[in-house]
Structures are given as structure tokens and as C-alpha cells.
Write a protein that binds this ligand. Structure first.
Ligand code: NAD
Ligand code: ZN
Length: 251
């Protein structure tokens, strides 16, 4: 047991909970070397997003989207689950966690060993691509090799649709099934833990509020304050890996 009172309180709440839902944002993956968006120096401070409509409408926007994606590829490829991911995985194995709802697109929860069906991805996944029309899957490494030769990612070989990372872009509709499952799991939870989200993006930030209104205890573990701190039962402004690792007993 930790001698940090916040960590000890988290451990106690975990022990008492019957059905935990964890909600993760970019902050859980910074310790794996993937920058978040809103910390100082984060991606948002460097470039404006490309909206889904622009991607559909313009060859130039598609090129620029893919160029940015391939710039990030070495970072994504090298990233491995960290202590925070391992702690969450341990809680899944112990049967504590019913579902992990994530805003992340890096696939690191699955890489830590959590069965894919327990990970609800609200913003999709950037570790592979799909055709927007027929759903055919494409691997990033293959597309990158073509892009480096020709300067573009070609249309789908099956149907000529646009090929895009399997993420939800700005201006693209949220995945209906994932949103429904996330809502169900949130309503069923008696403990809802936010790990590393600035909680400013909706609809995702609505889930902690929904959990709280349904009577769950709410924990927010985030280096910086969030707009929802005041409604949480426990707020920890600490690093995720060490705090979760200590609370769960995982290295
Ligand atoms: P965000 O960038 O808005 O906020 C991350 C929060 O995590 C910040 O408040 C920061 O203080 C905190 N944080 C960072 N490292 C931490 C650590 N080690 N310990 C504790 N707290 C830490 O992230 P968001 O709320 O997830 O929203 C950004 C959007 O961008 C998401 O919707 C997501 O789709 C996308 N995104 C994903 C990734 C990824 O998949 N790894 C990375 C960047 C952005
Ligand atoms: Zn296709």
C-alpha cells in the first residue's frame, strides 16, 4: 500500500468498487513517448486540424493528412505500453474493469494485453487504415512505402474509395456503436476513473458527468486541473504511471 494519501484513497476506492470503467485520454500515452495535444508543446500548438470535408474534397488535403501521419509513424511504431497501461490491464485481468473507454487512437491498451472487445475506441485507431467506402483494411507500412515513392496514397484497389487512417477526424461523425457501448458501460459503472484527459472535448467529456449523475464515484487523475475536477470524489494531479502502478501494485 502506498504512503501517498491520494494513491491510498484510489486503492481503497478500487477495492470497494464492483464495476469500474476507465476513461483514458492522450495523457496515459505521453509516458510511452506519444505527445498529447493540449500540454505546452502539444500537437495543437503546432498545426491546425484538417477537417473531414476537406479530406474528402481535396487531393492536397489528403496528401497533407497522410504526410502528417507518416511524420508521426516512427513515434507510434516505437511506442510501447507503459506502467499506466499495465495497471489498467491488471485491473481488467482481475475482473475489476468492465470496459476501457478511450479517446486514444494508438492501440496501446490492446497492446498491453486487454482483449480488444473490452476497449471502446471513441476516436478510432491510427495504427491501420481503411477504405471509407468499402471498409477494406490497409497497413500503414505498405501505404507509407507507396507514399514515399509517389507522394500520394492511392485510392482503394477494390472500389477506388478514399483510404484514410481508421480514426475519427474533426467534422466526421462519431462511431454510433462505440458511443452506445460507452454510454451503457458508463451507466453501469460504480466507479469511473479518468486517466489523462483534459476533458474539454465533447461528447467524450460528457461520460464522466453521466457516470456521476448515475451515482458512480468519479476519480480524475490528470497532471493539470480539468473543468470537471469540482464534481469528482477524488482528484489527483499526478503522473499516471506511478500513481496507477502504486495503487494497483504493478510495475
Ligand atoms: P489532451 O491532450 O487534451 O489532454 C491530455 C491531458 O493529459 C492533459 O490535461 C495533460 O495535463 C495530461 N497528462 C499528460 N501526460 C500525463 C501524465 N503522464 N500523467 C498525468 N496526466 C498527464 O488529450 P485528450 O483529452 O485525450 O484529447 C485529445 C484528443 O486527441 C483525443 O480525442 C485523442 O483522440 C487525440 N490524441 C490521441 C493521442 C493518442 O492516441 N496517444 C495523442 C494525442 C491526441
Ligand atoms: Zn474500397
Amino acid at each position: 500500500m502506498s504512503d501517498n494519501p491520494g494513491t491510498a484513497a484510489l486503492a481503497r476506492m478500487l477495492a470497494e468498487a464492483k464495476r469500474v470503467v476507465v476513461f483514458t485520454g492522450a495523457g496515459i500515452s505521453t509516458e510511452s513517448g506519444i505527445p498529447d495535444f493540449r500540454s505546452p508543446g502539444g500537437i495543437w500548438t503546432q498545426m491546425a486540424p484538417i477537417y473531414f470535408d476537406e479530406f474528402l474534397a481535396s487531393e492536397e488535403a489528403r496528401r497533407e493528412t497522410w504526410r502528417r501521419r507518416f511524420v508521426m509513424e516512427d513515434t507510434f511504431k516505437a511506442a510501447e505500453p507503459n506502467r499506466g497501461h499495465r495497471a489498467v490491464d491488471a485491473l481488467v485481468r482481475r475482473g475489476k474493469i468492465a470496459a476501457v473507454i478511450t479517446q486514444n487512437i494508438d492501440g496501446l491498451h490492446q497492446a498491453s494485453g486487454i482483449p480488444p472487445e473490452k476497449v471502446i475506441e471513441l476516436h478510432g485507431n491510427t495504427t491501420y487504415a481503411t477504405c471509407l467506402d468499402c471498409g477494406q483494411r490497409y497497413e500503414i507500412a505498405d501505404l507509407r512505402a507507396i507514399f514515399e515513392k509517389t507522394g500520394a496514397v492511392p485510392p482503394c484497389s477494390e472500389c477506388l474509395g478514399h483510404v484514410k487512417t481508421a480514426t475519427v477526424s474533426f467534422g466526421q461523425s462519431m462511431p454510433v456503436l462505440a458511443m452506445q457501448r460507452a454510454e451503457q458501460e458508463t451507466r453501469a459503472a460504480d466507479l469511473f476513473i479518468v486517466l489523462g484527459s483534459s476533458l474539454v472535448v465533447y461528447p467524450a467529456a460528457g461520460f464522466p458527468q453521466l457516470a456521476k449523475h448515475n451515482g458512480a464515484n468519479l476519480v480524475i487523475l490528470n497532471r493539470e486541473p480539468t473543468p470537471l475536477d469540482q464534481m469528482a470524489d477524488l482528484v489527483l494531479h499526478e503522473a499516471i504511471g506511478d500513481t496507477m502502478g502504486a495503487a494497483v501494485g504493478v510495475n
